[in-house]
Design a protein around this ligand. Structure first.
Ligand code: SAH
Length: 219
């Protein structure tokens, strides 16, 4: 694992990354500032360091990836995170997205289905000073014991909108989830207006690893 040193060089590379993400259409300054605060190179082995501040996804082992910074920023911006929001993240992966949510002042519950990644990230993130609540299990069913959530972010591609996640949204809450096949998924934002009324918005297509589990793709 990379030594936890955040040099001026790293900070400079991060500033350039933020410019790139902004040019691609992310304008929420709070989100851009959060990207500026989280040392993404901490998530990379030394030999891959040059990849840390490029705007692309990267393998983190176990066949999974750390999401592209633009994608992280896009999902985060659409959720309009406020300080104190209770947020569920489905797909902890590297933990990078969870750090961004924490920088925005959210209380983060993050769930991961892959035991190796769960253990690795649960051990590593606190060393960086980030402390979400970690859970191991099938997040396609949400986290009923901790519901309701103000915001829910799914960082893996789902075949359909997981019903449990809608149920676990607070009134006024928002869910962002990429839905599609294994090639590409459309980003959907679902707002719970009242217990029976949802408002849905569709955005561009993205490419995620599959959401597994009972309300995801069956293994
Ligand atoms: N948010 C991550 C990116 C995650 S990649 C980051 O910032 O790095 C998607 C992750 O979702 C993978 O780690 C995968 O193991 C996990 N995943 C897939 N299906 C899941 C499920 N049903 N519940 C929880 N995690 C799941």
């Amino acid at each position: 694992m990379q030594k936890l040193i955040d040099s001026y060089k790293h900070k400079g590379m991060r500033r350039n990354l933020i410019l790139t993400v902004r040019e691609k259409g992310i304008h929420d300054q709070r989100v851009l500032d959060a990207l500026g605060k989280v040392p993404r190179h901490y998530f990379f082995e030394n030999v891959f360091l040059e990849h840390a501040y490029q705007d692309k996804a990267f393998p983190i082992g176990e066949g999974q990836t750390i999401s592209q910074p633009y994608t992280v920023a896009f999902q985060t911006e659409k959720l309009e995170i406020n300080a104190g929001d209770k947020v569920l993240e489905v797909g902890t992966g590297s933990g990078y997205q969870a750090c961004i949510l924490l920088e925005l002042g959210a209380e983060v519950y993050t769930i991961e289905y892959n035991k190796v990644l769960y253990e690795r990230t649960r051990n590593f993130l606190p060393k960086m000073g980030y402390k979400p609540h970690f859970f191991y299990g099938d997040g396609s069913k949400g986290l009923p014991k901790k519901a309701p959530f103000d915001k829910i972010i799914v960082t893996a591609g789902a075949p359909t909108i997981p019903r449990s996640l809608i149920e676990q949204l607070a009134i006024g809450g928002k869910l962002i989830v990429p839905v599609g096949d294994n090639e590409k998924q459309q980003m959907l934002l679902i707002e719970k207006i009242s217990p029976k009324q949802l408002k849905k918005k569709s955005f561009d297509y993205f490419c995620f690893v599959p959401l597994l589990g009972s309300e995801g793709w069956n293994e």
